[in-house]
Write a protein that binds this ligand. Structure first.
Ligand SMILES: *[C@@H]1O[C@H](CO)[C@@H](O)[C@H](O)[C@H]1NC(C)=O
Length: 241
């Protein structure tokens, strides 16, 4: 999984002369594919973690940033299928990312990684400790709400039926180092399939993450899947590289 993420990152990076380890992928989880049909809707929430600690920057023209996200895609990460991934993003210099948030806040935007690059809405600041609610719906609509107010949305063409939902901590080191991302949880995650698949929950794979109570459960024979929370521990990107 991490290899496919890195391939994706390198594809994104192919026009710039950064070293290959400029992108670091941390903890996350993935689910899919369903036995038949596709994912038609996913909803989830997050109370943003504290911002990363110990981040360094050598050259302000090449800023470090960290993103956390859940996305859905037709594959587990190839450049020809879009990854619909509303992003939470933090940088020591938020303005370098086009966000007006304070140093202790995250930014959020609907965003899609496409074969032609990232197509994203402007970043919106997330007040510290605010609960952020996400919805991704075929054909393919993302929305982000804070306290029931719509703050970001985007609609993209569907490249192929959505087979996977996955999540990662991601840091672009720029000229510096990513430091340590405090732990957090994705909460109230609901995935709706076009056709029931009673075994879909067994496709869950946790990358350094924990799920509660017991992974994803279904109450309707496999059409709708729900997890109360997936917990992501402190992610010390630097220690892994
Ligand atoms: C969980 O998400 C569903 C939508 O998928 C929503 O109706 C419900 O209110 C949410 N529950 C909480 C506790 O936020």
């Amino acid at each position: 999984m991490r290899c496919t993420y890195i391939a994706l990152a390198l594809a994104l990076d192919s026009t710039a002369a950064y070293s290959p380890d400029s992108w670091t992928f941390g903890y996350g989880f993935h689910l899919g594919p369903p036995a038949h049909g596709q994912i038609t809707k996913a909803t989830y929430s997050i109370a943003t973690p504290r911002v990363p600690q110990g981040t360094t920057v050598k050259d302000p023209r090449d800023e470090v940033w960290t993103s956390i996200w859940i996305g859905v895609s037709a594959t587990q990460g190839d450049a020809s299928n879009s990854l619909y991934q509303p992003l939470l993003n933090w940088s020591p210099d938020q303005k370098s990312q086009g966000c007006s948030a304070g140093a202790e806040e995250w930014c959020v935007a609907a965003s899609t990684y496409t074969s032609a690059g990232q197509v994203a809405q402007p970043y919106v600041p997330v007040a510290k400790d605010a609960l952020v609610d996400f919805e991704i719906q075929v054909q393919v609509h993302q929305s982000v709400r804070i306290a029931d107010t719509l703050v970001s949305q985007q609609t993209d063409p569907l490249t192929n039926p959505l087979q996977y939902l996955y999540s990662a901590d991601e840091c672009y080191t720029g000229s510096g180092a990513c430091g340590s991302l405090p732990g957090y949880s994705w909460t109230n995650i609901t995935i709706v399939l076009s056709e029931a698949d009673p075994l879909f929950g067994q496709t869950l794979s946790l990358v350094g993450a924990t799920s509660s109570p017991h992974g994803f459960l279904t109450a309707d024979g496999g059409r709708t899947w729900h997890a109360e929370a997936v917990g992501i521990p402190v992610d010390d990107f630097t220690a892994k590289h």
